[in-house]
Every structure is written in C-alpha cells, then in structure tokens.
Design a protein around this ligand. Structure first.
Ligand code: TYM
Length: 329
C-alpha cells in the first residue's frame, strides 16, 4: 500500500482544473492507498495574508471535496493548520533550502510579477512548506496537475538532500502521479493559460447552469478555419481539451470533423460543451449544498482527519529530530 498526499489552497471554489488535475486521480487512488488529502490554509496566506473569512473558505472547500466523493472512511482529510508538526518540519527543511534555488522557481517569479507589493518570505519558501506537507507522511505519490510539476521536483530535491546531509535513507522521493499519463493542464476560457481560481477564467463546480452556460458562450474563439485540416489555434484547442474531459468521444469526433472540413459553428460547439459540463457538475453541485449545511458532519470529518494526520506527522518529526541530533536531557 502506497502513501499518497495532495492538497489544495482554500482561496476560492474548486474549478474544473482542480477536479481533473488532482481530485479525479485522488478519488481513484483512495480505495487502494493510504491517502492524505488536506486543505492548504497556511499556504493560502502567502497570497491572501488577511483573508476576510478564512474559516468560511476552508469550510466551503471541505464541503466541495466531500461532494466530489472524497471518503473520510478511506482517506485522511484534514486542515494543514491542524497539524502543527508540519511547521516544525518546514522550519527544519528551511535550513537546507537555498535562497538562490527558491528565487529561481517559476511560481515565485510569477508571484513577484503579480503581487510586487507583497513579496513575502512565505512566497519564497512556498515549495519548502509544500515539501513538508508531502514528506511528513513519507508519500510516494502526489496526484497534481501540470502546474505543480516544479514544486514536486523541489520536494524531491529537499527529500534527497535531507537523506544525503544526514546520511540516512529516510524520506522517499515523491513522484507526481497521473496513472502513467502526462500531468494534465486544464485551460481557462480566456484563450490562453490554465484555468485558475482568481484569473476570472474558471468554471467552478458550484456554478449553476445559467452561469456556466454564460461563461462557456463567452469563451474566446476566432473567425473559424479557412483551410481544410488546418491546425487549431490555442483558444480552439482549449475548448476541445475541455470537451475531452466532459464529453462523449463521438461528440468530440463530430466537432473535430466539422473543424477539419471548415464547417464548424462555434456556437453549437459551445452549447454542447456547456451542456456536458452541466451534466458533469450537476450532481456534485447538489451535494455541495447539502454537505455545507451539515456543520456537525464537517466538524467530525475535520477532527477525525486531524487526529489521523497528526499521528503520522508526529512520528516523522520525532524521527527527524533524532536524525538531526536533538536529544532530550
Ligand atoms: P492549487 O490550490 O492551486 O490547486 C489544487 C490542485 O489542482 C490542480 N490544478 C490544476 N490542474 C490542472 N489544470 C489546472 N488548470 C489546474 N489548476 C489547479 C493543481 O495542480 C493542484 O493539484 N501548491 C498547491 C497546494 C499544495 C499541495 C501541497 C499540493 C500545498 N501543498 C502538497 C500537493 C501536495 C496549490 O497551490 O494547488
């Protein structure tokens, strides 16, 4: 049985990128593995240091997780901030992480561009905290989307470095995981780039039919192909990537043929895509609202998860302290 860890920041509702990049694989893995799934509330402070309603956001994401099918009887579901051992491991790993390598990561450089007024040390050491999240349970596999590839590479580096520095074979090197396939990137509706929580280009699991239809109908397209069998430009390819995850194969083939023969009507394609997305999110959306109103259940899940996660985290931190040489008097 392998240990699997994954997490998500509570900075907005779950979108199709989160679902197909991470959740879907996690749901498949929870039956056969020792799975930990957490809400990265410490991490969210790197971009949202004074959240209006941190607890409310966490609760919403927890309800969304559960509505997707995460099963608290099978997986350990918890809040990052409930497992304080993570912060100790983060501190210890920080001593072996170099400012230069952290400054070079793409996500850090991205954030420096996006929030120049708040380039905090938490942003710089984001990958160290993420490594701590993962190796605190000595995970072998991490189901994530393509955007997390570099963070995973850093986690492996910190695990390996710890082993080398202290001459032990303690931590596994965690691998990003997508059942033997390349990691996936779900695009946004704005033509380029990935679907994100705050990019204004997302389709959320909580979106009602009208909202998501409006979003899809407004997606960026072009004036249509003029040559037979021409290569699709990115915005059109993106619509097909979304279709790939929610539509029937025959539907996708139908529209691909229409594109190849220059007969495609983007309005029809979008209408179909909106319908297929709605059919996918409809049952999840209903469950989110049910679960969200059940405070007692959410509390129970979070408490149960915290206890199980702490058990594993405490053992790791105890071992790490011993390996480094901390000793009680
Ligand atoms: P976050 O909160 O941005 O996203 C959560 C998960 O959703 C995936 N994802 C996507 N996958 C495909 N296409 C997209 N457009 C897309 N957008 C998001 C992400 O890859 C991720 O798997 N740093 C992490 C949170 C984290 C974490 C961890 C993850 C903290 N510690 C330890 C795994 C293990 C993040 O910001 O994800």
């Amino acid at each position: 049985m392998e240990t699997v860890v994954s997490g998500i920041r509570p900075t907005g509702n779950l979108h199709l990128g989160n679902y197909f990049g991470a959740m879907k694989n996690f749901l498949k893995m929870q039956n056969e593995n020792n799975c930990y799934f957490f809400i990265a509330d410490y991490h969210s402070l790197t971009t949202h240091p004074t959240p209006g309603d941190l607890h409310g956001s966490v609760k919403q994401v927890l309800a969304e997780y559960l509505a997707c099918g995460l099963d608290p009887e099978k997986a350990t579901i918890y809040l990052q901030s409930d497992v304080r051992e993570v912060t100790e491991l983060y501190l210890l790993l920080n001593m072996n992480a170099y400012v230069g390598e952290l400054e070079r990561t793409t996500s850090f450089k991205d954030k420096v561009r996006k929030q120049p007024e708040n380039v905090n040390a938490g942003l710089l050491t984001y990958p160290v905290l993420m490594a701590a999240d993962i190796i605190i349970h000595n995970a072998a596999k991490v189901p994530v989307g393509k955007d997390q590839e570099q963070n995973l590479e850093m986690a492996r580096k910190f695990a390996r470095r710890f082993n080398n520095m202290y001459k032990v074979e303690y931590f596994k090197e965690p691998q990003p995981y997508n059942f033997g396939e390349a990691l996936i990137k779900i695009p946004g509706l704005d033509g380029t780039g990935k679907m994100g929580k705050s990019e204004g280009n997302g389709i959320f699991l909580i979106d009602d039919e009208k909202t998501l239809k409006k979003k899809v109908m407004r997606a960026v397209t072009d004036s249509g192909p003029t040559e037979m069998n021409s290569k699709m430009p990115e915005p059109i390819q993106n619509l097909f990537t979304l279709m790939d995850v929610v539509s029937e194969k025959s539907t996708i083939e139908f529209f691909k043929e229409k594109y190849a023969s220059c007969e495609i009507r983007y309005g029809d394609l979008k209408k179909q895509l909106a319908e297929d997305i709605n059919a996918f999110v409809d049952p999840i959306r209903e469950k989110i609202n049910d679960i969200k109103s059940n405070d007692a259940y959410l509390r129970k899940v979070a408490m149960m998860g915290a206890e199980k996660a702490r058990e594993s985290a405490t053992k790791t931190v105890k071992d790490v302290r011993e390996i480094i040489g901390f000793k009680p008097f």
